[in-house]
Design a protein around this ligand. Structure first.
Ligand SMILES: Cc1ncc(COP(=O)(O)O)c(C=O)c1O
Length: 450
């Protein structure tokens, strides 16, 4: 007898999260077959040797005895109060511990916040490109993801008027991801003010995903959305995963500020959802107070000469000498969203490229279309490896692009070699002090070939 066919719910039909999809599976298969794969598809600091600050671990160990029981559904008081104090130091004074929910990562709270809000067909304005959980969670809860474009030619900064033009009577909320994953954009104050004004005018709930709030480079300054949104409800998301390099602790939070008068039932619905899962990981919550107070060690990694800064610089240097690549210097977060010049490679396809890069060069990147963009000439890498590894990665990327270029029909070979000879030889502006490898040089290292 045939086994019964178990069909998944049709609700999941359009739900996607390709960052951990078929490409990542193929990478695991290659690893099992003995290949060493450089995996740049996920922003998981611990996987690249980053450690959470030791004091956070100590805070957790010291309090383990207090962590056997379920806690209050919204989270332990010291953790929620630490979030309140952080908000106060940023000038957001209308948040109390009652307005803070702790969750198993921001991921869980994104699901709760949309689940508690949406009726079938309700629309949520989400950036494109986006962190794809926002789109997936909207669709999962029968909502409609309406993407507002953050154009590459505008350095991925959204145009508030374009956002306004997408609002309908079904629009319920607007998602802002700042600093942005995947683009690394950090939005200017004026843009945020205008988005806040639009949300207030149209009584939209603002979901501000600020999980990378302290991961900024050079002159970039992050403005918390909660300082700008007063006349509508603002939900600010933060967590331990990125700034504190503790993804595995599974601790995130959402705090509510702004106009809470009309939101009582919504917040009660959220509390109901929080109760259904009883509580979030208790040991991890004990690290929050320690994390949020005092010196913020992330600054050592992002300042000039810091590890994240150096890797970002290695990318900028590699792109500058590549005849095929375009980039927009990431000003925050942990990623670079890199474009491929379609004048040089008109048939470039991000999915096909990512698969070939994996199979032929043993590097895993996330294709741009995984982030809900309509164009096919971008890919994302995380800034988490050390700069030497990143330099090697870009040697391999450029090799593959050169191979694709030679394989592509009607390649304008002279144009490329001319560009290459003028840009490829110039290693003089290498602020990280690295010796540059030329884009066509053979890669170093002991990588196995197919
Ligand atoms: C923009 C953004 N939001 C939320 C998350 C989820 O973080 P976590 O569930 O680890 O708190 C991520 C993870 O990469 C992210 O990039």
């Amino acid at each position: 007898m045939k086994p019964p066919r178990i069909q998944p719910s049709s609700r999941l039909k359009d739900v996607k999260y390709e960052i951990r999809g078929p490409l990542a599976k193929r990478a695991s298969e290659l690893e099992k077959a003995g290949y060493e794969i450089i995996k740049l598809n996920i922003g998981n600091p611990g996987a690249f040797g980053f450690r959470a600050p030791e004091t956070m671990r100590l805070a957790m160990i010291e309090n383990l005895r207090e962590a056997d029981a379920y806690c209050y559904q919204k989270g332990i008081f010291p953790a929620r109060e630490a979030v309140v104090m952080q908000q106060q130091t940023r000038g957001v004074v209308d948040v109390t511990a009652d307005d803070v929910f702790m969750g198993n990562g921001v991921s869980e709270l994104i699901l709760f916040c949309l689940s508690a809000l949406l009726e079938a067909g309700d629309e949520v304005l989400i950036p494109s490109p986006d962190y794809p959980l926002w789109t997936a969670a909207t669709i999962l809860h029968s909502g409609k993801a309406v993407h507002y474009p953050c154009h590459p030619e505008k350095d991925f900064i959204p145009d508030p008027e374009e956002i306004r033009s997408l609002i309908t009577e079904r629009t319920r909320a607007i998602v802002v991801i700042n600093p942005n994953n995947p683009t690394g954009a950090v939005y200017p104050l004026e843009t945020l003010k205008e988005i806040a004004r639009i949300a207030e005018e149209h009584r939209l709930l603002v979901f501000s995903d600020e999980i990378y709030d302290q991961v900024t480079f050079d002159s970039a300054e992050h403005t918390p959305m909660a300082t700008l949104v007063k006349k509508t409800l603002c939900a600010t998301f933060g967590g331990l995963s990125k700034v504190y390099r503790a993804c595995g602790f599974r601790v995130g939070w959402v705090s509510f500020s702004g106009e809470k008068g009309g939101a009582r039932e919504y917040l009660q619905a959220l509390e109901l959802l929080a109760s259904l899962r009883l509580c979030s990981n208790v040991p991890g919550q004990w690290a929050v107070q320690t994390a949020l107070g005092g010196k913020q060690s992330i600054a050592d990694l992002t300042r000039p000469g810091g590890r994240l800064w150096k890797t970002r610089q290695a990318i900028l240097d590699a792109v500058a000498i590549s005849p095929f690549l375009l980039t927009h210097a990431p000003m925050g977060a942990m990623y670079a969203f890199i474009g491929v010049r379609t004048d040089k490679l008109p048939h470039f396809n991000d999915q096909k490229f990512a698969l070939e890069l994996l199979e032929r060069k043993h590097v895993l990147v996330a294709p741009g279309t995984s982030f809900n963009v309509p164009y096919h000439n971008y890919f994302r890498v995380t800034l988490l490896p050390d700069w030497e590894t990143m330099r090697e990665v870009f040697v391999r990327i450029n090799e593959l692009l050169m191979e694709q270029y030679h394989e592509s029909p009607g390649a304008h070979q002279e144009a490329v070699s001319a560009d290459h000879s003028t840009t490829g030889a110039d290693h003089s502006h290498d602020p990280a002090g690295h010796e540059q490898a030329s884009p066509t040089e053979e890669p170093h290292g002991e990588r196995q070939e197919d």
